[in-house]
Each structure stands twice: as C-alpha cells, then as structure tokens.
Design a protein. Structure first.
Length: 104
C-alpha cells in the first residue's frame, strides 16, 4: 500500500499515538505486523517511540491517522534500541526528496 506523508512542526507529535507497520524478521516471512504507542519525543530530525519493532523493519513508515489525509507518514523507522526506537522525521528536505523520487 501507499501512505501519504507530511511534515509536522517541531514538538507537535510528542505524546500522540503513532503506528509502525512492517515485515519483522522474527515473524513468518511475508507477514505484516503493526504496533501503536505514543511518541516519546520529537526532535528536529528524529522521533523516538516505544512502538514494538524488530530487525528488517527499517524503512517502514511511522504514521498517524489524520482527518484530512488518513494514514500519513511523519517519520521513517531507522533503528531500534533497548529503551526506545528511532525514526527520521519527514522534514521539508525529506518531503522534497520523497516527491522527487516518486516522480522518477
């Protein structure tokens, strides 16, 4: 499927629920899994969250449901940690890159 994508202002998503959906390596091959939890923190270029993820999910969307755009990515899951996970935020430059790549 496809997700829309959008930028958010600096701290707006902190504390709000987000979802990561992907194909973790510890599950049956080809099976899609999702988990939703509140965003722990929002920094200029990254979000941190405790959403359950596993290896092979890098590149998955970190998304929220918006009334105007539905399921919309606000970050791209990049790596996990022992206390929290990280995603690269959809900043203006990331937004522009996604648009450019989509038109190739």
């Amino acid at each position: 499927g496809r997700y829309g994508y959008r930028t958010t202002n600096s701290s707006s998503p902190a504390g709000l629920s987000s979802t990561v959906t992907g194909y973790p390596c510890d599950k049956v091959s080809g099976s899609m899994w999702s988990d939703s939890k509140p965003i722990r923190s929002a920094e200029t270029y990254k979000l941190t969250y405790t959403t359950d993820t596993f290896g092979c999910q890098s590149g998955s969307p970190v998304y929220r449901n918006y009334s105007d755009t539905g399921q919309t990515a606000i970050a791209i899951h990049t790596n996990g940690g022992s206390s929290y996970n990280l995603g690269t935020r959809v900043t203006n430059s990331v937004f522009d890159n996604i648009q450019y790549w989509s038109n190739q």
